[in-house]
Design a binder for this molecule. Structure first.
Ligand SMILES: [Fe+2]
Ligand SMILES: [Fe+2]
Length: 290
């Protein structure tokens, strides 16, 4: 059921921007989605919570945004820069808010690059700590968070060029094994008279796979993409294929930052022209009736 109006506000991004003095940038992402449903009811959904709650709470205060009435928190995937603020935010809200995530969000997150090994890349708290402060809902299949908002669940990986991350590992039954981050997903907002807005965290499932999946879940054209596209180390060829497939799926505007990467942002800016926006802490875009 499409909403009448959707506001998407970036509460935390790597880039602090320059519009409002005092907002903090932090490597991570947190996005507030506020929708006005046809019934007249408003829903507030928080996708991701940054790497700790300090920037999120500071920026929300400065932007005059109330966190206490958030209806649901969704986690795009396990990485610390998207989940690290979870306990702090839940304590701040002081209510058992539903937290929706894929079950793999609880798996240990280990990152192994040539130059770096990080054993603490995942959710920085235990399942029991999370359950103590929230109503934790773990699911693999898409789920409605509000009449107009879908959490997309596990994303089928269909494209040949969006490779599974070869730097992502976990530990299972005493063994260090590769982990494809199946928990990586996003949300889709259906807006009356517009189409679907897809909001993502890091796009480890592949942004084209996520957008394609979103269009199947909502049955609508995915017109806008917002968030991090994780093309930071992608080749020119992969970036160009990504842009061409986003266009083919019907994407008309992109609002990106976080892990998108400078070269991908430059190529997206050339392709989408004034429909390309770089996001930052405090960035806001409205869809539907203004
Ligand atoms: Fe990220
Ligand atoms: Fe990530």
């Amino acid at each position: 059921m499409p909403c009448t109006r959707a506001e998407v506000i970036i509460l935390v991004d790597d880039y602090a921007g320059y519009n409002i003095r005092g907002l903090l940038g932090q490597h991570g992402l947190s996005v507030l989605v506020k929708v006005l449903e046809k019934s007249g009811r408003t829903y507030k959904v928080l996708l991701d919570v940054g790497q700790d709650s300090s920037a999120l709470i500071h920026n929300s205060k400065l932007l005059g945004i109330e966190l206490h009435d958030i209806d649901v928190i969704a986690l795009s995937h396990r990485h610390y820069d998207h989940t690290g603020g979870i306990l702090g935010v839940l304590k701040n809200i002081d209510r058992r808010v539903p937290v929706v995530a894929h079950p793999d969000v609880l798996k240990p997150g280990i990152v192994i690059y040539e130059s770096r090994v990080d054993f603490n890349a995942g959710l920085p708290c235990s399942e029991s700590e999370l359950r103590e402060l929230s109503n934790l809902i773990l699911a693999r299949t898409p789920m409605q968070l509000a009449p107009s908002i879908w959490w997309l669940g596990e994303v089928p990986r269909a494209t040949s060029y969006e490779k599974e991350p070869d730097w992502s590992y976990t530990v299972s039954e005493g063994k260090l094994i590769r982990d494809p981050l199946k928990d990586d997903t996003g949300i889709a907002i259906s807006v009356e008279g517009y189409g679907t807005v897809v909001v993502v965290g890091c796009s480890h499932s592949g942004i084209v796979n996520i957008v394609d999946h979103a269009s199947k879940v909502t049955g609508e054209v995915p017109k806008a993409v917002i968030g991090g596209l994780h093309l930071i180390s992608a080749s020119d060829d992969v970036i160009k294929k990504t842009i061409s497939d986003l266009r083919r799926l019907g994407v008309e505007e992109v609002h990106v930052g976080h892990c998108t990467g400078l070269k991908a942002e430059a190529l997206l800016a050339i392709e989408f022209d004034e429909k390309f926006k770089k996001i930052f802490s405090g960035y806001k875009v409205v869809f539907g009736s203004k």
